[in-house]
Design a protein around this ligand. Structure first.
Ligand SMILES: *Cc1c(COP(=O)(O)O)cnc(C)c1O
Length: 386
């Protein structure tokens, strides 16, 4: 069972990083639920000394995700936020970072409320505009941190162009690839230096684990991330590593279905008389539909739509039965949420307005149920709007 170097994406997802257990032949990498490893004699061990530093289940997951994203090495963390914290630790006091303005709320909170205390500076700009990226870079800028598509407005940034701009100024390009997943886009192939995910979302895919991963391409970053993963210690535990490893085996077929259901539901909503506007990169009226067609493989499972008023949004959110009212995304089950009062309530109202996160906006993480059932559920909820 040797993975060939030219193995294709779905094969890589199932096999990369995993060998049958040498002791038993178990095809699945076991959950190594251990804190330490017995050494054969003083100074002689099997490469495993203490489980914060090394764990075979984590090693398998890290090799699996490095291969899936096309990177050299990967590092698993206790959450997506811990992964972003590890990336930020590549900076030093006085450094500046340019960040997508509509970034994940937790990322903004970490940067704005925690890391600014350590003399790091952040500028938030619409990174879909190359001129704004350029004009925000200063001599102190060391990193460009982008998210594409963004949450919940689904704005895209051209990753290849962002990489060119970053490298022409000597910056690293970091891509939070959580919303797309590596099935839809592989930023390292487009020139990014670091990719991160909240594995909580599509990579695990079953809404039963919280975790994060950083995939790196450059040796100096790999060396630092390995050091800081052990030094700061925010590692992903073996059971969660095992769950994500199970998740990535079905990533291609799940994402293919998320793509199909996402587009079908977006088209259904766009044609509905109670819906004012649908935001989905797969619809021709999305301002970056052309970029989405070239940069992404399919348009994903995330969509947002506007029903005209907060009251109408409340009606829909309280009437749906199959759609679960919950934060998070990327699971096999469909989740529906109200960004203004849920995921983005910590964003100041004037910033929400600027980004287009209105009180009448609803977000859906489209799951892989039969899409006819999802349409029927939304239809009965939308009917209740007067
Ligand atoms: C959820 C999420 C995060 C944070 O990940 P956690 O696992 O919740 O810590 C970061 N970025 C994006 C885009 C996310 O959706």
């Amino acid at each position: 069972m040797k993975l060939q170097p030219d193995a294709r994406f779905a094969t890589v997802c199932i096999h990369a990083g995993q060998e049958p257990d040498p002791g038993t032949g178990a095809i699945i990498t076991p959950i190594f639920q251990t804190a330490t490893y017995v050494q054969e004699e003083l100074g002689r061990h099997k490469g495993y000394e203490y489980a914060r530093t090394q764990n075979p289940t984590r090693t398998a997951l890290e090799a699996n995700l490095a291969a899936i994203e096309g990177g050299k090495a990967a590092f698993a963390f206790a959450s997506g936020m811990a992964a972003i914290g590890a990336i930020a630790s590549l900076l030093r006091a006085g450094d500046h970072m340019v960040v997508t303005d509509n970034t994940y709320g937790g990322t903004f909170r970490l940067f704005d409320k925690v890391l600014t205390r350590y003399s790091l500076d952040f500028s938030y700009v619409d990174t879909s505009r190359e001129d704004l990226i350029e004009s925000t870079i200063t001599p102190r800028t060391r990193m460009l941190f982008i998210e594409t598509p963004t949450n919940p407005i689904l704005r895209l940034t051209d990753i290849a162009r962002a990489a060119e701009i970053a490298h022409s100024h000597g910056l690293r390009l970091v891509v939070d690839n959580t919303f797309a997943s590596p099935y839809i886009q592989r930023p390292l192939d487009l020139g990014a230096d670091l990719v991160m995910h909240s594995t909580t979302k599509y990579l695990n895919g079953h809404s039963d684990s919280v975790g994060g991963i950083v995939i790196a391409a450059r040796d100096e970053d790999i060396e630092w991330l390995r050091f800081v993963q052990n030094a700061a210690g925010a590692i992903l535990g073996p059971f969660d590593c095992w769950l994500v490893l199970r998740g990535t085996k079905t990533l291609p077929i799940r994402m293919a279905q998320h793509n199909i259901n996402g587009l079908a539901l977006a088209q259904f909503l766009a044609a509905h008389s109670k819906v004012r506007r649908v935001i989905y990169p797969g619809l021709p009226d999305h301002p970056q539909h052309e970029l989405a067609r070239t940069q992404m493989r399919g348009f994903g499972g995330m969509l947002s739509f506007d029903v005209g008023s907060f009251e109408a949004a409340r009606t829909v959110l309280n009437r749906v039965r199959l759609h679960a009212l919950a934060e998070s995304l990327g699971g096999v089950e469909t989740l529906i949420s109200h960004p203004a009062t849920m995921t983005h309530s910590s964003v100041p109202p004037e910033d929400r307005a600027k980004l287009g996160i209105t009180d009448s906006l609803i977000r859906i993480s489209v799951g892989i149920e039969d899409v006819e059932d999802l349409k029927a559920d939304l239809a009965q909820a939308l009917e209740a709007i007067d």
